[in-house]
Design a protein around this ligand. Sequence first.
Ligand SMILES: Nc1ncnc2c1ncn2[C@@H]1O[C@H](COP(=O)(O)OP(=O)(O)OP(=O)(O)O)[C@@H](O)[C@H]1O
Ligand SMILES: [Mg+2]
Length: 364
Amino acid sequence: MYLKNIILNSFRNLGKVNIEFGKGLSFIIGENSQGKSNLIEAIYLLLTFRSLKTNYYEDMISFRSDFFYIKGLLIIKDKNQVIEVVGEKGKGKRLRINNKIQTNPDYLGNRFPAVIFTPENYNIIKGMPSHRRSYLNFQISQINPQYFHNLKQYNKILIQKNIILQERTKNMDILDSWDQQLIEYGAELIIKRDMVVKKINSLMKSIYKNIISHEEIDMVYKTFIINDVLSDKNKIIDIWKKMTLKTRNEEIKKGFSLYGPHRDEISFFMNGKEVKSFASQGQIKSILLALNLAEIYFVFEESGEYPIVLFDELFSELDNKRIENIFNALPKDIQIFITEVDKSKIKSKSGEWFKVEQGQVKKD
Ligand SMILES: Nc1ncnc2c1ncn2[C@@H]1O[C@H](COP(=O)(O)OP(=O)(O)OP(=O)(O)O)[C@@H](O)[C@H]1O
Ligand SMILES: [Mg+2]
């Protein structure tokens, strides 16, 4: 899968852009604040319909316009896919694929998977637990439509249940019925999260150890149910039901649901110690890149297709040896975009070069 062409209009500081990319490496070069990250963000939005920095699409419309437009030509297994994303002030953002407006655009499933590194990725380790949950939800939803559906249902039911709890109800039948549904969907989420974290972790561990550094790293899924039953749906449901009944009065008192995957966590460890409280910047970046590499192979194993890879600021903080090892660990038939300020840092002989200057992108 690769992005052959992109057309942009009024996306952040980028003006009218129309460029062709090659199948492999593309280096996006430019001085600070010229529009490199904006180009990465536009590609990411095109592929996933998600924005990186903001939940509010109007932020992505150029200050000088009242809409933005992105159109991309993707080649997947020799077939053309034309994707268009439009954001209009006051009217929301829309997605069209091959000229057909998408009525459920939030879900893209495994159609256009993307793996991205941006400075925001530090939140996966250093940010709030909600960052890690949404990271995990995105990784799984990219390859599993059922998970995305279960997650939506779970969140809807959770809101309904919390409303009932906040009414300080004494109607236990209503709570029973919300709990039953919550637990049913929640158990599915837990099983899938446990499976995916284990898969990505085993890929990430060996990538880190063999390619980046000898240290032992681990990503661990933490939920409220003991680890050894996480593959057994009936057991999860059984344990969860008992916990809920036991703590019902407390839930009514507090006005929210105490147990469930909405409070899950993932933690990162290096040589047995929690990464967020002691690792160096370079180590954290190395772990995040090992995670990216693991995601690439994970998407491939699950979907048979390599994702498109976007690296915004790959080179900073890493020594040359680590950069070289990371490059060598990337699969050969994969499209990769890399931004960089300083051209001389890039040792690669292959690839195409693009220059971003004051919102204009040109082939170099
Ligand atoms: N909606 C918008 N309309 C116009 N300009 C915007 C909008 N949003 C952001 N910008 C501007 O776009 C410029 C380029 O930002 P971008 O993050 O792409 O820079 P960059 O080339 O990645 O720089 P750096 O090397 O510092 O990371 C910034 O000056 C930013 O303020
Ligand atoms: Mg940038």
